[in-house]
Structures are given as C-alpha cells and as structure tokens.
Design a binder for this molecule. Structure first.
Ligand code: DAH
Length: 346
C-alpha cells in the first residue's frame, strides 16, 4: 500500500507538471483529487490495511493528499498568472498604425535645391557655398556696384552695421552673387595670384531683402547662382546651358526666353523667363526666373582675373519661382507657413 501511495504521488506530480492549460488542469483534478479520482480510490483501500500498518499508511496517505493538493493550487495560480501575462504581451508582428505625422521628409525647397544641384551637376557644375552674413565688398563693391549706387540703399537691404558710419558694413546678403566673388577670390589665391583653371559652380542659398510679403515676394527667399569661367565662353554657351537646364528639369517642352536687361556685374545682361502654368484654371504665362549674362570684365579685374584670357557667364535664379513652376504652387507663402496640410501634398 505504501508503495502504491508513493507511485500515486510521483505519477500525479509528473502529470501535473505537464499541464499547461485550464482545461488540462481540470482533467487532472478529476483524475486525481475529485470524488471519483485516484486519491479517493486509494483511500478506499484503507479499510483493508492490516491494523498494525494503519498508522503509517494513514500518515502517508495524508502526506500524498497534501502534496497533490498543494501542487494543484500552485499550478492553478501559475496558469492564471500566465494567462494574464499573455493578455498583456505585445504582439510584435502586428502591423503598426500609420498616421499622417508618422514620417517626416525634407522640405520642398530642400528637395528642389537637391534636384537643381543634381541637374547642374550633370552639366559639370560643382556646388559652392558662401556665408549669409556678408560685407559690402562681396555683396556690392566687387560686383561692380560702387558706393552711392541705388542698390545699396538701406531701405532695400538688411545691414548689420550702419553703412553711413562703417567703412565696410556687414549685411545679410541680398543675392547669392556674393559667392561668385568668393569663389573667384579663392581660385586666384589657390593659383598663387592668378586664375589657373576654369571655374564651374552653382551656389544655392538664402538671401534677404526687406520686401513686403505677398503671393510672389518674401523678405527671405532662395537663389541659385551659377558661374562658368573658361577660355572662350560665349553667350551661346549661356543660352545652351539654360535651355538644357529647363528641359532637364521642367520637361522637353519647356519654353524659355531671354530678355535684354541690365546688371552691374554682367555685360550683356538678360532676364530669363519661362512659360509656366501656376494654376490649373489659368493659361501658362511667362514668369521671370532671374538674371544672367556675361561676367563684366570689371568684375573679373576686381577679383584679379585677366579678362583678356578668361570669359564667362553667370546667372542667378529664384528657387521659390522654380519650385512653384515645377510643382504648381500658386503662392510663395505656402512654402514658408509650414502648414502640414500643404507640406504633405508636395
Ligand atoms: N543677383 C541678381 C539678383 O539678385 C541676379 C543675377 C543677375 C545674378 C545676373 C547673376 C547674373 O549672376 O549674372 O537680382
């Protein structure tokens, strides 16, 4: 009988340890602890145990019963805890919720700048950068805009130093043409005092003018400047480059025109217009993208470059205008308000 009880305990505990669900636990309870279970059946044999063995067998019987009951309670608690832990567990394979604010992306102006750098890069232009905090030497003097020129009026520029009291007043640049000067100065310096090789750069960046904000103006906007200096560069190269750019960026049917104009740093000078449809409900119109021309020999001289040996063209275009034309954006203010409803569309 003692042996039978030992066996009952060990088989009961072994089977219980394999139990992992509430249903299996209930089946085990019915098999061992319930009125019809094995423990009760074993107890039923107690009456046949010889009298002298009854105390030992009785004690053992109580032990086995206590052991099985305790193990059952323990298992029951473990299964309940496991169930609640399971309910809280994260399913990492579930697809996430995608909200409109899920992923950021570069601003449309940043993307257009990258695209322009790529298109001009295919034509051999490298990207050059210059500072936004400038001085009048780079923003005016070396661009052939001398003292007293109306373009230097404090009404039209953001001076940092008072131009009436400071000899070389600092300002935040009004045009990216400053970078032309810096690139030419650096090239002459690198050549030990003279230009030794061609220059072919574009320079995108911010410029600042105290303009009143409206649909096509802002006090801060972006320009992309271009400068190509080499031996024998002519107006034909300029026009070819601009047409190639327009077709590469706006499509094969892009239409451009050059209108004679004036800039102190180019001679001859022209304005570049492009036929652009800004609104679906309006016909395409000629929109001015910016200025261009052959670099004025005076500018080359001011930078220490021999205009007899080197000629070149330059251009400076408004990036917002390009972006508006390329992506059909009717109002420049949309580009700076940072309204997500707009930014998510472009
Ligand atoms: N800097 C001029 C402006 O902001 C644009 C410009 C015109 C740039 C002619 C040039 C150029 O490089 O050759 O209005």
């Amino acid at each position: 009988m003692l042996e039978h009880l030992d066996q009952l305990q060990s088989s009961g505990l072994a089977e219980l340890s394999a139990v992992a669900s509430p249903d299996a636990l209930e089946a085990w309870r019915l098999a061992y602890l319930a009125g019809s279970g094995k423990l009760k059946a074993a107890m039923g044999g107690f009456k046949d145990v010889p009298k002298d063995q009854k105390p030992a067998v009785g004690a053992r019987m109580n032990q086995v019963k206590a052991a099985l009951e305790a193990a059952f309670e323990e298992k029951k608690a473990a299964i309940a805890a496991g169930a609640s832990a399971h309910a809280e567990r994260l399913d990492v394979t579930e697809p996430g919720l995608v909200t409109s604010q899920g992923l950021g992306k570069p601003h449309i102006i940043t993307r257009v700048i990258d695209e322009l750098a790529e298109v001009f890069g295919r034509m051999g232009f490298e990207v050059a950068e210059g500072p936004e905090l400038e001085d009048d030497e780079h923003n005016f003097i070396k661009l052939n805009i001398p003292a007293g020129h109306p373009a230097r009026d404090p009404i039209d520029n953001f001076y940092v130093d008072d131009p009436r009291k400071t000899e070389r007043p600092r300002m935040i640049r009004s045009q990216t043409s400053t970078v032309q000067i810096r690139v030419m100065e650096a090239a002459v310096k690198a050549g030990g005092g003279k230009l030794t090789k061609p220059i072919k750069i574009v320079s995108p960046g911010r410029v600042y003018r105290p303009d009143t904000v409206d649909a096509t103006h802002s006090f801060m906007f972006h320009q992309i400047e271009g400068l190509y200096l080499d031996r024998g560069v002519s107006m034909i190269d300029l026009k070819t480059t601009l047409l190639q750019f327009a077709r590469a960026y706006f499509g094969d049917d892009a239409e451009i025109r050059l209108r004679p104009s004036f800039f102190p740093f180019t001679e001859p000078s022209a304005e570049l217009d492009m036929k652009i449809r800004l609104r679906e409900d309006q016909p395409a119109r000629w929109i001015e993208l910016g200025g261009c021309g052959m670099v004025d020999p005076a500018v080359l001289q001011l930078c220490g470059i021999d205009p007899e040996e080197w000629t070149g063209f330059a251009f400076g275009f408004g990036i917002e205008r390009i972006a508006m034309g390329r992506y059909g954006i009717p109002d420049i203010r949309l580009l700076f308000e940072n309204d997500l409803r707009f930014l998510n569309q472009v």
